[in-house]
Ligand binder design. Sequence first.
Ligand code: IPM
Ligand code: MG
Length: 370
Amino acid sequence: MSASRKLLILPGDGIGPEVMRQVRRVIDWMGRRRGVAFEVKEGLVGGAAIDAHGVPLTDATLAEAKAADAVLLGAVGGPRWDKVEFEKRPEAGLLRLRKDLELFANLRPALVLDALVDSSPLKADIVRGLDLLIVRELTGGVYFGEPRGIRDLGNGIRQGINTQVYTTTEIQRVARVAFELARKRSRRVCSVEKANVMESSLLWREEVTKLHQEEFVDVELSHMYADNCAMQLLRNPRQFDVIVTDNLFGDILSDEAAMLTGSLGMLPSASLGATDADGRRRALYEPVHGSAPDIAGRDMANPIAALFSLAMCLRHSFDLAEEAGLIEKAVAQVLKGGMRTTDIMAPGMARCSTTVMGDSITRALDKLNV
Ligand code: IPM
Ligand code: MG
């Protein structure tokens, strides 16, 4: 890795800029207090880029993203841009980043912290100690498949088309990531698809099974249909260790898994590409929550998902496990002390703003770092 660590921050829209401000503070803290310096650039993505440049991601920003060691993204989208052309909507900027950086493996951990066990809409007995990881395929499937579009069939009838498509290569590379991560956890992978309905899912199941037999027999593999998985996540979520699934099922199941933990405001994600010859791996980190336009600009958002995303970045892109652990410990302490943003508020706790949550976390970092 080069001596300087290059980070590109893309705050985006809605609550993105607010939560990324807290991330920026912790990055500065790392430089000041741990001697871990970063070369930080900022750029526009989503609606913010549409307003400034007419497109949700400029070629220049894409080039910056490719040159960076890691990208930290806030969130994109909002009702303000509902009327822009479909190809130029804010989400298209994020999708282009994922596709052009070839970030095919999306890691979405769902962890229930002890302090938040009562924030879950599920009974504490069901979610206590939950620690699962969804590995979502991110650059293929129905999100990008061709043909796609809306066509006129005449007689006032129109047809909408999207294509679910996967190659063996795409399936193998994301499955490999899931198996490798499972080796560092409880060594169990559940592969999720709809092989009872779709040929692309049948191929998915065959390829995952083959890879497992060839290289990962030390990991336990099971298969599950996506609808059953949605149900099992509510019935008994702790049965899962690593779930590997396609782009669309992963989108849906990861929102469900996130909610098990009490709030979308707690969940980070990492999107990883292939490792190149120099051991470098393109990566983008973002909270799972969206731009939350209803609370944007009110200093109410929970910055923890974005801070946990920074922790994932330190761990996966910069080999700074100790610094990542400090962030996670600081957050756990602050929550234990009773501070809560609105989304995770509970009786008897102290409601606080985004900024105050950030203040408390940096103070906890100071105390941990003596
Ligand atoms: C996500 C989001 C995105 C997706 C949107 C914003 C395009 O829901 O990251 O889960 O569908 O992938
Ligand atoms: Mg989603």
